[in-house]
Design a protein around this ligand. Structure first.
Ligand code: UGA
Length: 419
């Protein structure tokens, strides 16, 4: 927002995060973010604080806190959203706009609009879902592929649209597609988009399961159906499945919310989407155990990848980390490598061995498992790697390697849904 020309104060409860940001350091890995943080801070338009009173005087208040899966349940935990809105109330003035960014169950915005109305401040609410992807966050924020404004009916809504058009002036000028709608639709757009993406991935992973029992090749199948523009090739990469802080918890929260609304059957298929996805993690573990002929105990297994996808240090619900932990649980001597996610993984699973050097990771391994398709791993020379390992066996959990090339270098290659 500062980069786009606005004067911004960023508030968080975590003093460590605020201290780091105030020094111009990003508290997580995101390509391009350090540069944009430095340039935005140099303008003098961006500062950070743990003191909510610093919001006084702002006219637009973004609420962008997390909505994780509830402990012991499937629904979204709205504690942080509720607390952030409550904390803002004393500082709101007539005409101010509170803008919800967080992914929330449908119906949340209407309830929060009631809370704001009851405060008598004269401020109003808009729901403006966020579609950025980790790894491309800067690009997706500066040039979003669409804007969705969920606004109340009448004059308050018209004013909210005007205010949001000022906030997003550059995207609006670039003729970014804009959907102005009601709260419920805006909230649903976000969960529907993530549910669709999750379904697309599980669809191709279901095809991988069928390919495995019929001898077909799911990567060629994806290419062939992807040429149909109505289907499209993106998000049709079969492998160990989806993870991260969004897709898994969003489909679960959607199921929980639909059930609350008495429409559980409408999204019951998402339970299957979730099951297919989790089965693929098990499949990678089973393939590895099979590759070791069951001799897992104390076998060195090199796990390449820990983050839920490349170009991120995020290990929330990461299939890669899950596979590493499961193999360790079976007694394997897991040595895991990731260009960015070792620190976050170690904090959650100190029982695993971590190694940042690829050569040391591979040395004397009885099996290699590739679970996050970082360029560093895709570029490994199979001839060189074969000289390091004890047994040249690789499970390509992302179907990202050239199977013929690895086999030619003497490797036993296992993909997911490909011969
Ligand atoms: C996802 C959505 O793509 C964003 O549009 C959305 O804004 C974001 O969630 C959010 O709700 O905040 P993200 O979690 O960054 O973004 O990750 P994705 O790029 O969607 O990937 C999710 C997972 O699917 C990863 O584990 C990835 O490896 C996996 N994936 C993706 C596949 O297994 N196959 C594919 O073909 C594509």
């Amino acid at each position: 927002m500062a980069e786009l020309g606005h004067e911004v104060v960023g508030i968080d409860l975590d003093p460590a995060k605020i201290a780091a940001l105030s020094k111009g350091e990003t508290p997580f890995f995101e390509p391009g973010l350090p540069e944009v943080l430095t340039s935005a801070m140099a303008t003098g338009r961006l500062r950070f604080s743990t003191d909510i009173a610093e919001v006084a005087g702002a006219t637009v208040h973004f609420v962008a806190v997390g909505t994780p899966q509830k402990q012991g349940g499937q629904a979204a935990d709205l504690t942080h959203v509720n607390a952030a809105v409550a904390a803002l109330l004393p500082y709101l003035r007539a005409g101010d706009l509170v803008v919800g960014k967080s992914t929330v169950p449908v119906g949340t915005a209407a309830r929060l609009a009631g809370v704001i109305a009851a405060s008598g401040t004269g401020a109003s609410l808009a729901w403006n879902p966020e579609f950025l992807r980790e790894g491309f966050a800067v690009q997706d924020t500066i040039s979003p592929d669409r804007l969705v404004y969920g606004v109340p009916a009448g004059a308050a809504g018209e004013r909210a649209v005007e205010q949001l058009n000022v906030v997003y002036a550059s995207a609006v000028a670039a003729k970014t597609p804009l959907v102005v709608t009601d709260f419920a639709t805006a909230e649903l757009v976000k969960v529907a988009a993530n549910a669709f993406l999750a379904t697309k991935i599980s669809f191709i992973n279901a095809m991988a399961e069928i390919a495995e029992v019929s001898g077909a090749d799911v990567t060629q199948l994806a290419d062939a159906i992807g040429y149909d523009a109505r289907i499209g090739r993106r998000f049709l990469n079969a492998g160990v499945g989806f993870g991260g802080g969004c897709l898994p918890k969003d489909i679960r929260a959607f199921i929980a919310r639909a059930e609350e609304l008495g429409r559980g059957e409408s999204v019951a298929f998402l339970k299957e989407v979730d099951s297919i996805n989790l089965r693929r993690r098990q499949r990678v573990v089973d393939l590895t155990v099979g590759a070791l002929s069951g001799a897992v105990f104390n076998a060195k297994v090199a796990v390449l990848g820990l983050s839920f996808k490349p170009h991120s240090d995020d290990v929330r619900d990461s299939p890669a980390l899950d596979v590493a932990v499961q193999l360790r649980g079976l007694g394997a001597n897991v040595v895991a490598n990731d260009p960015q996610a070792i620190e976050n993984s170690r904090a959650r699973h100190p029982q695993l061995s971590y190694e940042s050097d690829i050569e040391t990771t591979l040395r004397d391994a009885s099996a290699v498992v590739l679970v996050t398709e970082w360029p560093e791993f895709r570029e490994i020379d199979p001839v060189w790697a074969a000289t390091l390992v004890k047994t040249p066996t690789i499970v390509d959990g992302r179907n990202t390697l050239d199977a013929a090339k690895w086999r030619a270098a003497g490797w036993t290659y296992y993909g997911l849904g490909r011969p």
